[in-house]
Design a protein around this ligand. Structure first.
Ligand SMILES: CCCCCCCCCCCCCCCCCCCCCC(=O)SCCNC(=O)CCNC(=O)[C@H](O)C(C)(C)COP(=O)(O)OP(=O)(O)OC[C@H]1O[C@@H](n2cnc3c(N)ncnc32)[C@H](O)[C@@H]1OP(=O)(O)O
Ligand SMILES: NC(=O)C1=CN([C@@H]2O[C@H](COP(=O)(O)OP(=O)(O)OC[C@H]3O[C@@H](n4cnc5c(N)ncnc54)[C@H](OP(=O)(O)O)[C@@H]3O)[C@@H](O)[C@H]2O)C=CC1
Length: 515
């Protein structure tokens, strides 16, 4: 019997960010392995015209929860969706709901965050720092609380190259930042943002670092642990391989490459691609919840959930495998044939941006205009290039994260728990994982039918022919223009033509003689 699964049985668990990528997988695993848990409270806001209940209904009826519904048929009754907005005071939770949360919760998993790299500092602070502080204040009023697990990111200290399992202080105290956000106007915040974030690349990593400081400062006598995952990717094994449902991290760029929009990224092919499957992160998170509640470590332990030091893969290898998978299972209606690369050189990268990204978009928009349609490719390309520019920081560097706590935890687990809550990335076969990841993107994100693969391959063949035709036409036009302008080019041209003519005459004469 799994000790971790048994631990969560009968427990009341609060999850923030349960509608997000990681939150959904966390909920799924909890219900699948501990169907006897008492209740999972999730803090949800209405979104995109859907009420909180409709959102929960949609999640439970998704492919991800198919297995859960077999194992735990009363799953609908065990989820309590609580209306909440983490941007508001007391999260806008009603008094009755708050009372219930405070009196019943045993474990808190705090996953909610804004993960946008370009978020305005005020908003990023509100969600990643202030909301974390408020949640900790709530937690301190929960008499039955056994553990509080905070999800941070391995990149909260990406300004360092070697990162230990400690909280690194930021120069300005989080409390001062929170206070200043209340009275500074947006223009001033914009001005001081680069100074505050310093050598971090964006407001996301900075506010996640502040969030960790808040956890440390507000921990009081709570049992707290922090988990720092690196780049979270599709599921590796559970509940099935390749599940993914948003465009964050590599997923959006894999789509862009598969559809032929993305041809080049300025990145170091040999830099470590520190991806970690979402089910691995969830398994570690649940193991940490158990360990923190049962063993009550004296201080706040930090767990790095990374792959680079144990089973490294680099961006070059990953890109190669992604492209190889496109050969077998191409995406439908590609704009161009997938053919992308990482280039370390800035000038080469700018050249490819002009030739392979901007020029085809302009030509295609011109074609759309000619055929009376609305141009859209330049807009799509600008958005893609903006995304690429934001991730460049992460694909040009390698980091080293120490993983003593994660390894210690692994050794504390029973063999059964090591199997059920496996977070040992040494067992991960990257080629297989990446292939499943690309397949998962096709199935669950793009919702493409596997039956359409022959047609997609046919489409790629047509694109290849158009590509050859276009290049030949371009070459002939360039050559014609050159001949018109340069005597030297004309001489070369006449030499080639007369050489071919002589060769053909000789060939014809010798074949007549034989007869
Ligand atoms: C080339 C060779 C090989 C080929 C094969 C390729 C191999 C693989 C390539 C490997 C590369 C490795 C990358 C890893 C780096 C991760 C580092 C993580 C480090 C930290 C990890 C963390 O700890 S935390 C998670 C990370 N956090 C994000 O990853 C959020 C990012 N994101 C944003 O910060 C905003 O998204 C941003 C971008 C500002 C746009 O902002 P924006 O305002 O312009 O656009 P919006 O977001 O509003 O989106 C407007 C519309 O674009 C759609 N869309 C959104 N993203 C899209 C996307 N990536 N690709 C397509 N489409 C996307 C969306 O669905 C909307 O569609 P619609 O309009 O139809 O609704
Ligand atoms: N994905 C990754 O690559 C990595 C993620 N992480 C961390 O993991 C955690 C989970 O990330 P992930 O699941 O990928 O992120 P998602 O963007 O998929 O999910 C974010 C969650 O936070 C919720 N949320 C955001 N704003 C509010 C709000 N105002 N009120 C209530 N809920 C809100 C979202 O709700 P809604 O659905 O309503 O928007 C959603 O449930 C985060 O803490 C992130 O920093 C760390 C490393 C890598």
């Amino acid at each position: 019997m799994s000790m971790i699964a048994a631990f969560y049985s009968g427990k009341s668990i609060l999850i923030t960010g349960a509608t997000g990528f990681m939150g959904k997988v966390l909920m799924e695993k909890l219900f699948r392995t501990s169907p006897d848990l008492k209740v999972i409270y999730i803090l949800v806001r209405p979104k995109a015209g859907q009420t909180t209940q409709q959102r929960v209904f949609q999640i439970l009826n998704s492919k991800l929860f198919e297995k859960v519904k077999e194992i735990c048929p009363d799953v609908h009754e065990k989820i309590r969706a609580i209306y909440a907005d983490l941007n508001q005071n007391d999260f806008a939770i009603s008094k009755e709901d708050m009372q219930e949360l405070l009196s019943c919760t045993n474990i808190v998993f705090h996953c909610a965050a804004t993960v946008r790299f370009d978020d305005h500092l005020r908003h990023a602070v509100q969600l990643n720092v202030t909301a974390t502080q408020q949640l900790l204040i709530m937690a301190s009023q929960m008499p039955k609380l056994e553990a509080f697990i905070h999800i941070s990111t391995a990149f909260s200290n990406c300004n360092l190259t070697h990162i230990d399992e400690v909280i690194y202080p930021c120069p300005v105290e989080p409390k001062k930042i929170i206070d200043s956000m209340e009275w500074l106007d947006d223009a001033i915040i914009d001005e001081i943002t680069p100074k505050l974030i310093g050598d971090r690349p964006n407001t996301y990593t900075y506010t996640k670092a502040l969030g960790e400081m808040v956890v440390q400062q507000e921990s009081r006598n709570l049992n707290i642990a922090i988990i720092r995952p690196s780049i979270v990717g599709a599921t590796w094994q559970e509940p099935f391989p390749g599940w993914v449902d948003n465009l964050n991290g590599p997923s959006g760029l894999i789509i862009a490459a598969g559809k032929g929009f993305l041809r080049s990224i300025r990145g170091a092919p040999m830099a470590v691609a520190d991806l970690i499957p979402v089910d691995t992160v969830v398994n570690l998170t649940l193991a940490v919840g158990w360990y923190t509640a049962v063993h009550r470590p004296k201080s706040t332990l930090i767990y790095h959930c990374t792959s680079g030091n144990l089973n490294p893969c680099n961006w070059g290898k990953m890109g190669f495998q992604v492209l190889a998978t496109f050969e077998k299972v191409p995406f439908e209606r590609a704009f161009r044939r997938p053919n992308a690369d990482f280039t370390a050189n800035t000038i080469t990268s700018q050249y490819w941006n002009a030739v392979s990204h901007r020029a085809p978009a302009i030509i295609y928009d011109f074609y759309l205009r000619l055929t009376g349609r609305k141009p859209r490719m330049t807009k799509i390309m600008n958005r893609l290039l903006k995304t690429v520019s934001m991730i460049e920081y992460f694909v040009n560097r390698s980091w080293e994260w120490s993983t003593y706590n994660t390894e210690m935890l692994m050794s504390e687990l029973s063999p059964e728990d090591q199997r059920v809550f496996n977070f040992d990335v040494r067992q991960l076969n990257w080629l297989e994982y990446i292939e499943n990841y690309v397949l998962g993107i096709k199935k669950y994100l793009l919702k493409e039918d596997m039956a359409g693969i022959p047609e997609a391959k046919q489409h790629l063949k047509r694109l290849r022919n158009i590509h050859y035709l276009f290049n030949t036409a371009l070459f002939l036009i360039a050559w014609r223009l050159l001949i018109a302008r340069s005597q030297m080019a004309r001489n070369v041209w006449f030499f080639i033509v007369s050489f071919c003519y002589k060769f053909l005459s000789y060939f014809r004469a010798s074949s007549t003689l034989k007869v």
